[in-house]
Design a protein around this ligand. Sequence first.
Ligand SMILES: NC(=O)c1ccc[n+]([C@@H]2O[C@H](COP(=O)([O-])OP(=O)(O)OC[C@H]3O[C@@H](n4cnc5c(N)ncnc54)[C@H](O)[C@@H]3O)[C@@H](O)[C@H]2O)c1
Length: 256
Amino acid sequence: MPKTPDYFVGKTVVITGAASGIGRATALIFAREGANVFSADLDGAGAERTANQVTQNGGKAAALGVDVTDRAAVDAMVGRAQAAFGRVDFLFNSAGAAFRRAKFLEIDDELMDKTFDLNVKGTFYAMQAVVPLMLANGKGVIVNMASMSHKRGGPGASIHYAAAKGAVLTMTLGVAREFADRGIRCLSISPGPIETPFQAAANTPPALLEQFKNDVPMKRFGRPEEIGELVLFMCSDAAEYMTADTVYVNGGGGWR
Ligand SMILES: NC(=O)c1ccc[n+]([C@@H]2O[C@H](COP(=O)([O-])OP(=O)(O)OC[C@H]3O[C@@H](n4cnc5c(N)ncnc54)[C@H](O)[C@@H]3O)[C@@H](O)[C@H]2O)c1
């Protein structure tokens, strides 16, 4: 929670991947705090649904169908958010996917390229689009979605994805440190398994899902809201000395 009451009222967050899962939950949490929400996703109708839910709850929101692997589209997204609300204070890069599970020798160029285009370049483009605005404002916070998998390497199922999230972590560190004395903070979150459509999208087999759960001492998947509340905290004035790091949210698991 923020240190100052109403800290988020009238401020704007741009969220990629806002149609589903963690992005969507985070959009609703920021709206609860009075922030303007710019909901962006490849699934334009889904982004619209999230924005509609915000406005039905009395908040302000706009939506856009955006492919974050397209630099021009990402630039336009940030321009649209600035035009809609007159300011961009926060960026949450939640768009991401593992596409499919594959053993190391089965990872082909197409899977590697798609995984890096979405998770790494998508995050890179959005950060490059928003940093000039944040520099002009003298402040801003960027939160990127990494994954616990970067720590474990994803053996047997997701080395492509773990490596991409490792790159997200490293970019976050670099951006944070390059702009630390100009009011911009940049953080990443490294969750364990969270209950969203993500696993279905990656065709994760039931046995692997069970293995993920058993590896968590709390014996359950996390909920998307349990990540969204952390994004809110990171963007708030209660976390002003916090930058560059990743925060692990995993029910005690993932260190094996
Ligand atoms: N769910 C988990 O277990 C888990 C664990 C660790 C990290 N993560 C990361 O959290 C983030 C959010 O995942 P989630 O669990 O909410 O998954 P999700 O599948 O529910 O949501 C991902 C969203 O990203 C969107 N997206 C995909 N490609 C896109 C593109 N090219 N341009 C714009 N949007 C695109 C999808 O349409 C979807 O709405 C991802 O970066 C994911 O890698 C998830």
